[in-house]
Design a protein around this ligand. Structure first.
Ligand SMILES: Nc1nc2c(ncn2[C@@H]2O[C@H](COP(=O)(O)OP(=O)(O)OP(=O)(O)O)[C@@H](O)[C@H]2O)c(=O)[nH]1
Ligand SMILES: [Mg+2]
Length: 376
């Protein structure tokens, strides 16, 4: 594996802090072999060896030797891990964070950033997309754009940058869920719908209007896309101070949503409060659902018919949510910018090739230096 040249002997705990079945500590640098051969009392020189460590008669660890570094794999309890780290520290090994380790391990910055983001991937689907970037999809696309800039093929630069910018929104949500907020008047079934979508009783429901006060959030995934669902207080002229705080929070939450699901009740006609409608219209994109489809309708509200009680219409609702959040899922292997800094540099490139006259040299320099530098 490629490694940056090591100026000092280092160690990094690769597994999370806290209790786990096994902990892994990577050790590398100029004196790593000498120090470990003193401390590890097992068959030295094998790719994988088992033996005691340090002065302890019984603390058996696994030592894995690879090209550039070693891995000490030990019991995952914090005390054992701390003890081994202390032993190595006393021998002069300097501790670095796993982030720094990632940067050393993968000298190509886009790859290192993808490795770091992979640790925060929320679903298998988003991890697969990040893995494509780790294997070079984004970097190849950027190198291709630089080549097109250098040979003056500005139309293909524009097409490639536009494609990447289209996917940048998805890229940011590979490690951060989309926020979907349920809103509507009291008692329409928002909390029941959240529970039905989640598959468990997250929120209290009741026939009494004004049940939900606080904003309740829960993480889930639709078709492999991570989604944070938020249940909010029903919107109406509040009857008390507590409720009016709930309504205020509801309005605030939906104004920052990636998608607002406006829930209507088929058994209770609502001349929609034009004020709350406007607020939804003016803010985030909106999807309308008509709940309580299991009961006879007394009016015909717009929107997808669903029943939180029977589950009718829920698969269609999930599909509709996904279609709004991810209208064009990236094909396997596609380049996807996954950091805010990726988006910014692509915007600058876009601006550079579209300004009059185009500033091709600057756009190419910007991309080139950015491919080489560590993105933040
Ligand atoms: N028949 C039927 N009843 C439902 C359905 N969804 C919700 N209800 C009932 O409607 C009432 C209100 O449901 P909630 O989920 O608490 O409604 P809410 O919109 O969260 O209400 P607030 O928190 O007060 O704003 C409860 O008695 C639910 O059992 C449905 O699809 N069909
Ligand atoms: Mg509720």
């Amino acid at each position: 594996m490629p490694m940056l040249s090591d100026a000092f002997t280092w160690m990094a705990q690769l597994t999370p802090r806290g209790t786990g079945a096994i902990a892994v500590i990577a050790v590398g640098g100029p004196d790593a072999a000498a120090i470990l051969s003193r401390m590890f009392r097992g068959p030295w020189g094998r790719p994988v060896a088992i033996g005691p460590f340090g002065e302890s008669p019984s603390d058996t660890v696994v030592l894995v030797q690879s090209d550039g570094h070693f891995e000490v794999q030990c019991h995952g309890g914090p005390a054992v891990t701390r003890w081994i780290l202390d032993q190595l520290r006393q021998a002069g090994v300097r501790e670095i964070s796993w982030r720094e380790w990632t940067l050393r391990q993968f000298p190509r910055p886009v790859q290192a950033a993808a490795a770091e983001a992979l640790a925060e991937a929320l679903t298998l689907r988003t991890a697969a997309i990040l893995l494509d970037q780790f294997h070079g999809a984004l970097e190849e696309a950027l190198v291709g754009i630089v080549a097109d800039l250098e040979s003056g093929r500005l139309d293909s630069v524009r097409a490639a940058v536009a494609d990447l910018l289209d996917r940048a929104e998805i890229g940011l949500h590979l490690t951060k869920p989309w926020r979907v907020v349920l809103t509507g008047r009291p008692n329409v079934g928002k909390s029941s719908l959240i529970n039905a979508l989640l598959g468990y009783q997250r929120a209290i429901t009741s026939p009494i209007p004004g049940t939900t006060r606080d904003v309740l959030t829960s993480l889930t995934a639709f078709e492999g896309w991570p989604v944070e669902l938020a249940d909010t207080a029903g919107i109406r002229e509040a009857t008390d101070e507590l409720e009016s705080e709930g309504v205020r929070r509801a309005v605030q939450t939906r104004s920052s949503a990636d998608l607002v699901v406006l829930v209507l009740d088929r058994t209770c006609p609502e001349p929609l409060d034009p004020r709350s409608e406007d607020q939804v219209e003016g803010g985030s994109p909106k999807l309308i659902v008509a709940n309580k489809a299991d009961l006879p309708a007394v009016w015909h509200p717009p929107g997808l018919p669903v029943s939180a009680l029977t589950g009718e219409g829920l698969p269609a609702l999930m599909q509709a949510i996904v279609a709004r959040l991810v209208p064009h899922p990236p094909p396997p292997g596609a380049a996807v910018p996954f950091l805010e800094s990726h988006r910014l540099v692509l915007h600058e490139t876009w601006h550079g090739v579209n300004q009059m006259p185009p500033d091709v040299g600057r756009a190419a320099d910007l991309l080139r230096s950015w491919i080489a530098k560590t993105p933040g």
